[in-house]
Write a protein that binds this ligand. Sequence first.
Ligand SMILES: Cc1ncc(COP(=O)(O)O)c(C=O)c1O
Length: 386
Amino acid sequence: MQPSSRLDRLPPYLFAELERKITERKAAGVDVISLGIGDPDTPTPDVVIDALAAGARDPGTHQYPSNRGRPELREAFARFYDRRFGVALDPDSEIIPALGAKECVFNLSLAFLDPDTVALAADPGYPVYTGGPLLAGAEAVLMPLVPELSFAPDLDAIGTDVAARARLLFLNYPNNPTGAVVPDGLFERAVEFGREHDVLIVHDASYTETTFDGYVAPSFLETPGAKEVGVEVFSLSKGWNMTGWRTAAIVGNPDAVAAYWKLKTNIDSGMFEAVQLAAIAALDAGAPAEMVSIYKRRRDLVCNALHEIGVDVTPPRGTIYVWAPVPEGHTSASYCEMVLEESGVVVSPGGAYGPNGDGFFRISLTVSDERLAEALERLRGSLSAS
Ligand SMILES: Cc1ncc(COP(=O)(O)O)c(C=O)c1O
């Protein structure tokens, strides 16, 4: 048996590796607290579950779905975008449901990249922005995100050769893993860049519904000209506690949406229609506001505890993560390994999101306040020693 050589180009997927280590520690009897993956710990809203249950009882949902999605679902996305962002979308040509943002981001790489072409990916960034291009046989060129530039990529620093070969540029705000919100002017600059270099701008809007302190995250498509050069990937996973449901959509530029759809018809057979009905209920109800207050409370708990220990963190205005510096003398990998080993706490090493993430670790706010507080108590020794 010989797996393809393209698999050799990939590092192990971050969370697969973490899962293996957690299983190992648990088998050794350790009470592991995992602040690794960002997987909401509270249930999906009842209104969504009720719609799924009713939909599943209707035999009309049991056959192959259309890969375009039910018209009612595309209309629900359009209604949501209009109400939430003031963005008008044509349900017939500018919206296709996706089986999660991950599927969509990955398939965009297959749909748009050839060997010798480039995808521009944030460093640090969600690993699929680099894994997708590699699996497509193309190259991922990293754009550093640094605190000094408010975690905006410097699009003026991209060399002309790279820009000429670029086909995709991935952005994501509120940002995983840094928690940054979109810096002023970045979306406008991205539209210019897309026009200048004929690059499709892909904005991953996985966290727009989870923001704090009065901040309201915009859609990239609110930016004048954005629909000419870009698409947005909108996911229900985090805002609605629906990670297991695999519900998202690609919205925006109709040519890009059509290319994605053409690829997708060859790869999967769409979203279970009962899940589509549940997604309609979710979109019409809006993201549950109580989740935002839960994450805000946990964010404050974590940031206050870190400040008290003397760790310099900026409370994020969006996402479900806190991004913190590792103690001096550690790489992010060595620190995260040490705390798992010594404290049974899993945090994500910043370096796994790209070289500019090294020196940081990411805490996910998706466990109860009590477990978070206990995890921070266990981390106290390792952090105050810095
Ligand atoms: C930036 C970003 N994009 C996409 C995803 C995956 O979302 P989905 O569950 O919709 O596939 C995640 C999950 O953590 C993420 O952080």
